[in-house]
Structure formats: structure tokens, C-alpha cells
Design a protein around this ligand. Sequence first.
Ligand SMILES: Cc1cc2nc3c(=O)[nH]c(=O)nc-3n(C[C@H](O)[C@H](O)[C@H](O)COP(=O)(O)OP(=O)(O)OC[C@H]3O[C@@H](n4cnc5c(N)ncnc54)[C@H](O)[C@@H]3O)c2cc1C
Length: 511
Amino acid sequence: MTMDGDNSQPQAIADVLIVGGGSAGWMAATMLATALGPKTKVTLVESSAIGTVGVGEATIPPIKKFNRFCGIDERAFLAATNGTMKIGIEFENWGGRGEKYLHAFGNVGRELDGLVRLHHWWRMGQSAGLADYPAWEDLYLARPAANAMRFGLPGQPTGNPGDRLVHAYHFDAQLYAQFLRKISEQRGVAHVEGKIASVGRDGESGHVTHVVLDDGRELAADFFVDCTGFRSLLLGEAMEEPFEDWSRWLASDRALAVPSAPDERGIIPITRSIAHNVGWQWRIPLQNRIGNGHVYSSAFSTDEAAEERLLSGLDTPARDTPRLICFTTGRRKNAWSGNVVAIGLSAGFLEPLESTSLHLVQTGLERLVDFFPSRRIEPALRDRYNVLVEQEWTQIRDFIIAHYKVNQRGDSEFWRHCASMDVPDTLTELLELWEHQGRLTIDGGHLFQLGSWSQVLIGQNLLPKAVHSLTNRTSAEAAARDIRQIAASLRARAEGLPLHKDFLESYCAGF
Ligand SMILES: Cc1cc2nc3c(=O)[nH]c(=O)nc-3n(C[C@H](O)[C@H](O)[C@H](O)COP(=O)(O)OP(=O)(O)OC[C@H]3O[C@@H](n4cnc5c(N)ncnc54)[C@H](O)[C@@H]3O)c2cc1C
């Protein structure tokens, strides 16, 4: 191994090749061009003949960190991608038919007590039996704001985190890739158009040395980022990294996607997830259209029946014919093998119920920068990376499974299958402790914290049987009075926010 004069400092990676130009490829290009600096050459190769998956329009709040790191201006980004603000996801027909609840981003309204979490007080106040007692979701500012189609950026901190809306974005995935491409190229990323025909590997180390395009051109690099989508050309095919199939817990394997006209009434700042008798349908409002799609399982529905459900569930006229996308839920056992790291669909897929795929692209890249190797490709960095990625995927997987497992629908074979299926032990333990004592057994690094779990579990009628024993320091009537005051103050606060549509028009004006 050659050294740069100093024995302790191994040679830096000089060339990185990103293979694939979907959202994952261009997010990787933007992040690496920003993080690695001019000494490392970053090249992206993609085939317009193959194209991209072209969906992926809803995100979660940590994406703001990606934008901050990459120096992306929020207004320019929203203007370029027909983007809108997102403050949560509304689930309809999940707990039971005709019911709905919001999974709002951010913190619950003011806590009553530093020791006992608010959901215990809320649950105790419920036993006072007041007719207009607020629902759990009413303790989030996002609920009244979404009802009124309003949005405002957080102002000066008030000391009460519940007073602020926490936001992510909806955007057009194709425009997003174009937007990031422009930034990446300005930062020196080279772009190559071409279809990869084969992948060359070193006979001794097994590392990838180069890719060969179908016109014979060869592209060599020290390190490869596989962003080739479901095909997983480098990690799956060339490095033969095994795929772990999770479809026994998440039965859906198909999606139909179709755009429709915008809603004349305004732009609601939430993603909607509407459960059908098989699977569910998303509704994502952009500035110029609504993105719709139906995720379902081919074991429980034909494609024709799914298309019928999708089209009859649209709020506004379709602007195209539905496009079918097939997938298998699961992930490559190791996301990093040799000198290849897979980012995006090439690393695995979890259905978009909680909009987590682009987030996994982001965290995969943040970790890659954190653990960026030298030309030695240090095994300790690779192994740690793989452990952390597996932990994150498994935790998110369990959260998504919980939506299916905790349903009381019973009105179709699909929902009965979901309610009766075995789930991972980690999830069984979590649900048991929640149900018996209202406690949550997750560590601080979990993407979904108490606010998220409590909204989904309470929203789907899995109410804790008991509250924290220290909650008894006050009476149910006093707790109920405080809870009603919190909900009322949030409603008043939401009324002072601008309409989301007006907000976007003035915020993006001039971009
Ligand atoms: C139905 C559905 C809904 C989704 N909704 C959301 C959502 O709301 N929120 C979210 O965060 N995520 C969502 N996702 C996930 C999201 O779409 C993806 O994570 C994201 O688009 C990244 O995709 P990708 O770049 O990995 O793959 P792709 O977009 O498939 O890109 C693959 C790239 O590899 C290139 N390529 C492949 N083979 C070759 C070859 N031989 N030679 C050269 N180039 C090649 C292609 O040309 C393309 O550029 C959704 C996914 C699906 C399927």
C-alpha cells in the first residue's frame, strides 16, 4: 500500500463513481461534491434509456438537515420542484373504516409535567368522561393547521416547542433530480450518459475496478456508489450481496401511480394515506397537481381491481393513465461491500407509508461521509456502517409494520391477514409494554420517537390500559381541564397562520 510520505496517513480516495441518476444518485452527487471537496473527483453515470422510478414525492423533517448541509436555499428548492410544505400524514380508514387520525411532525403541545409524559395525562383526563374531550391529535398544532389548510414558519422560540409547526416537503421527484443535478454540476460533478453493460472486478480483492458501457467506454474509480435502483447492479449483481426479504410482514408488492389536477379549494399541508380493502392510497399535493398512488398486494388483489380503486378514489380528474411499479420489500444484508456502497432502492425498499425512503438515502450518505474510507477501505469503518444501517432499517420497518398489525378492520381478507400475522419480536415487546403501561421501549436514536408512536397507536385505537402511577397526583377532572386548554390555545394559534397556498405564493415569489 502506498502512503503519502506519512506512514499513519493512508492514501485518500481520488475518484468516486456514482452509478445511477435518480433521486438517490443526484442526492449522492450533491452531498459528496459538498463534503469531499475539489481533490476528490466525483462522476455520475446514468442511462436515460433506462430512466428512473420517478416517484418519491413526500419527505420527513430531517431532509432540512440535508438541505442545510448542501447549502440549498428553501425558497429556490420549493420553486424549482413545485414543492409544498408537509406537516404530517393523515391516515384514513386504518384503525377502523370511517376513522381518521393525524401523524403530525414535531412535539406535542405543552407538557403538563416534566416527569410524566403528556399522553398519560391525556389518557387520565379521558376518564373524566367529558363529551367534547380533545382527541390526542388535537394536542398538536398541525391538526388545526391542516384542517384550515394553513401553514407558517416557526417564529421566535416561545419556550414551548408545541407552538411550532415542524415541516418537511412534498415535491416533484423528476424536478428534484434536475434541481440537484444543476447544483452538483456547478460543484464539479462530471456527468456521463451511457448504459452499463458489465462490471469489472479485481481478481484478488474482489473490489470493483471499473464499469463498461455498452459502447465500449470504461469508467474506473477507487470507490463506487450504487444508485441503480431496484436492479442493484453493483451491490446485488456484481458483489452478489444477498437480499433479505421482508414481505412476510409487509405484503404489498405493487404500486400504481397517477397524477391528477390540483384541488381548487387550496393546498393541504399534509400527505393523505387512505386505506382500502387491500392496501392504501396516497395523495400528495404539489403546487401544480396532486400525486396519487395505490400500494397493494398482488396476493390479495388483481391489478385491474387496484386500478379501479385508485381511479375511483381520486379527488380531482386524472391527468394520465396509472403506471405500474413492482417491488419486493426488504434490503441487501450489507449496504457496503468491498468498495461499493448502495444508496437508495439498490440498498432495499420499504413502502412509502411513512415517507422514509429518501430519508434513508440521506442518512446512508451522512454515514458514508462520516465513515468515508481511504483507499485501504478499512473493514472496521465498513462493518460499523453496516451495523448502523441495519439498525435504522429494522427500526423503521417495525414502525411501518405496526400500522398494519394494529388494525381493527376485519372487513377484508387483507386486513384480517395483517391483524393476525406474526410480527418481529422487537415489535411484539414494544406493543405489549405500550398497551399495558403506556411506555415506549425505544432508544433515543430511533427515527420515530414517542410523538410518532403515540399518534399512530392511539390513532389506531391501541390505548394504554394503565397510566404512569405518578399521574395520580392530580384528578381526572383537573387533567381534563388542562388538556382542553392546550387544545383550545392551539386552535387559536392555527387561526393566525396564513393559508398554505398564500404562504407558498409569497415565499417563492421571485424564484
Ligand atoms: C411506489 C413508490 C412510492 C414512493 N414514494 C416515496 C415517497 O413518498 N417518499 C420517499 O421518500 N420515497 C418514496 N419512494 C422511494 C423513492 O422513489 C426512491 O427511494 C428514490 O426515488 C430513489 O430511487 P433511486 O434513485 O434509488 O432509483 P431510480 O430512480 O430507479 O434510479 C436508478 C438510476 O439508475 C440508472 N441505471 C440503472 N441501471 C443502469 C445501467 N445499466 N446503466 C446506467 N444507468 C443505470 C437509471 O438510469 C436511473 O438513473 C417511493 C418508491 C416507490 C416505488
